[in-house]
Design a binder for this molecule. Structure first.
Ligand code: NOJ
Ligand code: CA
Length: 555
């Protein structure tokens, strides 16, 4: 079992650059059209050169892939399509040798309908202990043919599916907040708690440095399972399944497990909550270490809106002593190049604006500036694979090739998230762009646009102004500058529509960094500085163009 640890760096997660690998779309080692660990292993030098501190792997466990692996059938192994447990251990070791930490994606709200516990529960009688690990209930109506309540699945349609008894007659219903193939665990059952603490130990024993916790605010349900009106505003903690107070006790247990290991193992929550106060409760010192900052990602490309979200983020995190995180993209979200090229640059899970007119050149300019903004803000920063290549959302995937359960469950009205999950273009002039080896038997699992020939990593490698080289330069500077990453931020006076702040040096008298982002509609003078460290666009004659950002040595 690998035990080589990266060089100890206390609280590494406070200022880390974390790169999300969406494994099935990263690199395909064996030519079946699906990314895998062998492909990833061969591309580790690329990630080391990019300058990241950690990889977050999307779920890599055995799974029927009804939701691209967020339907886990066995939490202690690797999906054969991705490789083997031994290969995962070797990847952890090889990454550690490059000083890259490994974060896995744990899915505790639900499992796969093929998980042995659920298979056993389905075969068991109503009221059996095996059923109590999930939410089984009789239906309503004279024949029990109406769902136990009116909850809707997040992917669309009812959140309940009816089971069949052994003789084929209809039986109880079970709860699934997502797809019917993702039954929700009953977290009030102590066996579920014990199991997940044991799964954490399994992966920490294999050298994993952190865990991204999927759908972290949804685990605890009100056992009354009552109907509710979606427009109802619940008192804090009183929603039937989101952010109930009991959820914190679960993460206190997880924190105790993480703290028992050497080397700062981190817990990182996927928490979509509109209320920043409730959000930070998860980041109290005995719970998670950090969580994704979705309000920042959702913000429009607008100076006042961004400044408000930056201030609120810093303020609420300070209350609990947790570091902020800055996220522009992930595998659920429309890619920033596309988002920022639209008339309405705001975004939400329920407002994807698929197909709205987009100016990709404008979007790319803004995405480059946003990257410098995010990487200059205090705390950790995330990069989603392909963001460093400036990939746009792919909005023309043919209907019959869409795979996201959103598409079918929404009655083919929501095209879902496949557009940000298209396999990466590495090299060459035509698909598969080096994603799969030459002569691969299968095409990539989602079609790549032919226009990506000039977006491949190889094409960008020698182009000084490429997005890839901008990200490399930004991450190298971030590593070299003690003022960046964790630490304070000071706003500087600036014109309307311009964000300007300094990151003071950690040591008195040491070098500080100033970041200026021009979101106004006129070019602005670059403020007095001790040298330009980096800019997202050329600084013509000492002016910062519209939709550009620069990093300056603070005078
Ligand atoms: C959040 C994940 O990021 C998303 O991809 C997944 O579909 C849901 N959780 C359900 O696990
Ligand atoms: Ca493969």
């Amino acid at each position: 079992m690998p035990d080589a640890r990266p060089t100890p760096q206390p609280h590494w997660w406070r200022g880390a650059v974390i790169y999300e690998v969406y494994l099935r779309s990263f690199a395909d080692g064996n030519g079946d059209g699906i990314g895998d660990l062998a492909g990833l292993r061969a591309r580790l030098p690329y990630l080391a050169e990019l300058g990241i501190d950690a990889i977050w792997f999307s779920p890599w466990f055995p799974s029927p892939m009804a939701d691209a692996g967020y339907d886990v059938a066995d939490y202690r192994d690797i999906a054969p399509v991705f490789g083997t447990l031994a290969e995962a251990e070797a990847v952890i070791e090889a990454a550690h040798a490059e000083q890259i930490r490994i974060i896995i994606d744990l899915v505790p709200n639900h499992c796969s309908s093929e998980h042995p516990w659920f298979v056993e529960a389905l075969a068991a009688q109503p009221g059996a202990a095996a059923r109590d690990l999930f939410w089984f209930r009789p239906g309503r109506g004279p024949d029990g043919d109406l769902p136990p309540n009116d909850w809707e699945s997040i992917f669309g349609g009812p959140a309940w599916t009816r089971t069949s008894t052994v003789d084929g007659t209809p039986g109880e219903w079970y709860l699934h907040l997502f797809d019917p193939k993702q039954p929700d665990f009953n977290w009030s059952n102590p066996k579920v708690r014990e199991e997940f603490e044991d799964i954490l130990r399994f992966w920490f024993d294999r050298g994993v440095d952190g865990v991204r916790i999927d759908s972290a605010a949804l685990l605890v349900k009100d056992p009354a399972l009552a109907d509710f009106d979606v427009t109802t505003e619940f008192a804090p903690g009183a929603h039937p399944y989101t952010d109930r107070d009991g959820v914190h006790d679960i993460y206190r247990g997880w924190r105790a497990v993480a703290d028992a290991y050497p080397g700062d193992r981190a817990l990182i929550g996927e928490i979509w909550l509109p209320d920043p106060e409730r959000f930070t409760l998860y980041l109290r010192p005995d719970e998670m270490h950090s969580a994704f900052n979705f309000p920042f990602l959702e913000s429009a490309w607008d100076a006042a809106a961004l400044r408000a979200v930056i201030d609120s983020t810093i303020e609420v995190h300070a209350r609990v002593g947790a570091p902020a995180t800055w996220v522009l993209a992930n595998h659920d979200v429309t890619r920033p190049v596309t988002r920022y090229g639209r008339a309405d640059t705001s975004w939400s899970l329920t407002y994807r604006q698929h197909g709205a007119p987009v100016d990709l050149a404008l979007g790319l300019r803004r995405a480059r500036a946003a990257a410098l903004l995010a990487a200059a803000l205090p705390g950790g920063v995330y990069v989603y694979q392909g963001e460093e290549l400036g990939l746009p959302e792919v909005e023309d995937i043919p209907d019959d090739q869409l795979q996201d359960p959103f598409w079918i469950r929404s009655g083919r009205t929501n095209r879902g998230r496949d557009g940000c999950r298209v396999p990466l273009p590495w090299s060459g002039q035509a698909p598969p762009f080096g994603f799969s080896p030459d002569g691969a038997a299968e095409r990539p699992w989602l079609p790549q646009p032919a226009a990506w020939a000039d977006r491949t990593a190889a094409a960008q490698q020698d182009e000084p102004d490429s997005v890839l080289n901008l990200y490399r330069a930004a991450l190298a500077i971030r590593h070299a500058e003690p003022a960046l990453g964790d630490g304070p931020l000071r706003w500087l006076p600036s014109a309307d529509g311009v964000l300007a702040f300094s990151r003071p040096a950690a040591e008195p008298g040491g070098p500080g960094v100033t970041c200026v982002v021009n979101l106004s509609d006129v070019d602005v003078p670059v403020p007095a500085n001790g040298g330009v460290l980096l800019s997202s666009a050329p600084l013509d004659g000492g002016t910062l163009p519209v939709d550009a950002a620069c990093w300056l040595r603070t005078t």
